[in-house]
Design a protein around this ligand. Structure first.
Ligand code: 13P
Length: 340
């Protein structure tokens, strides 16, 4: 194993530590503004800094969280005492990650489909992010389900882009989180979600192979296989776990060390309960954990509401979700724990 491979292996080992998962706090400026508006907080550089400082300094967060994904602005910010926010994470034993894609645009010629941008200049940006303390990265591709979409060309374009990103990360000594998100929007059934997710993951691993990405030094961040948000037929956690695991077992090589799900608009409790059902189903070829944004932060941001006086209560809300998801990673979660 080369020195840089040892680096990558070490980062992966920390990220997949037993009982731990990843906090996605990498909302772009536009997305965090939406989240802040919902709780009547103005989105400024300072309010974003204050909120992220609150999250990262939650006492005991490192017991359940192995890594936090930041937006570039946050990676460059310091807390009120002048300590870089990535150093606040380090002090908690948590690794710093960085979202490196620059968002999505319409895929020309393919109405309704999108492509993620950010490959130009990425090699240089990665080396700077590494100096700023990042050891892993994230790139999100989005796949919508609708009439006639996704097309195989839309899927292949996103798979290729994800693979190019992952190869550049490994070259820079940064562990890539590969995130192909099949969106929940729509009234499609769980069976349709399973078919599309299988097709997407198949294409993604084909592209990763073609780009010579070392599967041992990456993490996959997929959607769970769930019915569309407005589908009338709802599914139990057991069915979701079974559909998701069988889809992943058909498509994700055992060399991949970990799968860390996104929450994608599921409620906090559903995201935890579905993850628990997967881990309760027995041992899988990969570590099965979380990389949630909304499902970890939704209650904390509401409790905070922009008021300094709510800091501790908001931290307790985040701590609770992190603890419950840690239980779910071990298959030890029960709905009654929500009341604690
Ligand atoms: P959600 O868990 O809110 O889907 O966010 C995860 C994420 O990082 C999406 O890119």
């Amino acid at each position: 194993m080369s020195l840089s491979e040892q680096d990558l292996a070490q980062t992966v080992a920390v990220l997949i530590a037993p009982g731990k998962g990843i906090l996605a706090a990498d909302e772009s400026t536009g997305t965090i503004e939406k989240r802040f508006t919902a709780v009547n907080v103005a989105s400024t550089k300072e309010s974003r800094r204050d909120y992220r400082e609150l999250l990262f300094s939650t006492p005991g967060l490192g017991d359940f969280i192995s890594g936090v994904i930041l937006y570039e602005e946050t990676l460059r910010q310091k807390n009120t005492a002048g300590v870089p926010l990535s150093a606040v994470l380090t002090a908690q034993g948590i690794l710093t990650g960085i979202k490196v894609d620059t968002g999505t645009v319409a895929l020309p010629g393919f109405p309704g489909e999108k492509i993620t941008q950010g490959l130009d200049g990425l090699a240089q940006r990665l080396s700077e992010y590494k100096q700023l303390g990042a050891s892993f990265a994230k790139w999100r591709a989005v796949i919508a389900i609708g009439a006639g979409i996704p097309t195989s060309e839309g899927i292949a374009s996103n798979a290729y882009t994800l693979a190019r990103y992952a190869a550049l990360c490994q070259e820079a000594g940064i562990v890539p989180i590969v995130e192909p998100e099949v969106l929940m929007d729509g009234d499609h059934t769980i069976t349709t979600c399973e078919k599309v997710t299988e097709q997407v993951l198949h294409a993604v691993f084909h592209a990763l192979h073609q780009q010579r990405v070392m599967l041992e030094y990456m993490l996959l961040k997929p959607n769970m296989v769930v019915p569309g948000a407005t589908c009338s037929e709802r599914s139990s956690a057991q069915l979701i776990a079974q559909a998701t695991l069988s889809c992943l077992r058909r498509t994700v090589p055992a060399a991949v060390p970990g799968i860390n799900f996104l929450s994608g608009g599921q409620t906090d409790a559903a995201a935890t309960s579905n993850l628990n059902a997967m881990n309760a189903a027995g041992k899988q070829p990969w570590n099965v954990s979380f990389s949630y944004g909304r499902a970890l932060q939704a209650s904390a941001i509401k409790v905070w509401g922009g008021a300094v006086g709510n800091k501790e209560a908001a931290q307790q809300a985040l701590y609770l979700r992190a603890r419950l998801n840690s239980a779910a990673v071990q298959g030890n979660y029960a709905a009654a724990m929500e009341e604690e």
